[in-house]
Design a protein around this ligand. Structure first.
Ligand SMILES: *Cc1c(COP(=O)(O)O)cnc(C)c1O
Length: 225
């Protein structure tokens, strides 16, 4: 077996069956994606629109593509024809544009609201208050071509040397825990209930805290250089 297939098999054997795996293929080649595809993986995530479009064009059409990185309104049109889920929605303006472009292609696009739960200032995302106000907007009902199907969050990166191991892990656990609590309260009315949290360094903690969708790259494809 090739290493990617082996890594994938091992990862899938470690996660509960109700947890969906999005294999993060950013900066990886089409050949590497195909190795995971041939091993049975169908859901892949990219963080840059241009990369996502290129890979979609080159790779098998039954791949389910997820956009996991920040999305600018003017780029929605490039992915609207095929993207399956957008994990990084952080404004009503963006939702409006996704709805408009999805409608032009007679599609419904699954959207997750990205919530800022980490300590880092630089990460995108909504506060709990902002997310709550979006979820309660009356005009959401008019958006026929999107489904708000859950939430996404990224915990603090504790591998930058600033954190003692135990403190860092507790911080990550608390961040995931607070997102799960918010999800339980707010997403009773979401159509499909995805809670996208957990990456290579923290997916185990995320699953313990109630994640049902993990976005994992390096554990499958190796470190990005
Ligand atoms: C890169 C990335 C991941 C995966 O990171 P790994 O550490 O390689 O598992 C998950 N989510 C987002 C939003 C990313 O940008």
């Amino acid at each position: 077996m090739n290493p990617i297939a082996e890594n994938l098999k091992k990862l899938l054997s470690e996660i509960p069956p109700q947890v969906k795996l999005v294999a993060v293929s950013k900066f990886k080649t089409n050949e590497q994606v195909l190795e995971a595809y041939d091993a049975g993986q169908r859901a892949f995530g990219e963080n840059i629109v241009q990369e996502l479009v290129k890979k979609h064009e080159a790779l098998p059409k039954d791949i389910e593509w997820h956009l996991i990185g920040h999305l600018q309104t003017n780029k929605v049109k490039y992915i609207a024809p095929f993207v399956s889920m957008i994990h990084s929605v952080d404004s009503i303006k963006l939702l409006e544009e996704i709805n408009k472009r999805a409608a032009q292609h007679n599609r419904t696009i699954d959207c997750l609201l990205q919530i800022h739960i980490a300590k880092e200032e630089t990460k995108f995302g909504l506060s709990f208050e902002e997310a709550e106000s979006i979820l309660h907007l009356p005009e959401l009902k008019n958006f026929q071509n999107i489904r708000i199907s859950g939430l996404m969050g990224m915990a603090t990166n504790i591998e930058d040397g600033r954190w003692k191991m135990e403190d860092g892990k507790n911080l990550v656990r608390n961040e995931f825990h607070s997102l799960k609590n918010f999800f339980n309260v707010q997403c009773a009315m979401c159509n499909v209930q995805f809670l996208s949290m957990g990456m290579s360094s923290d997916y185990k903690i995320a699953i313990e805290e109630g994640s049902n969708m993990i976005r994992v790259g390096s554990v499958i494809f190796g470190e990005r250089i």
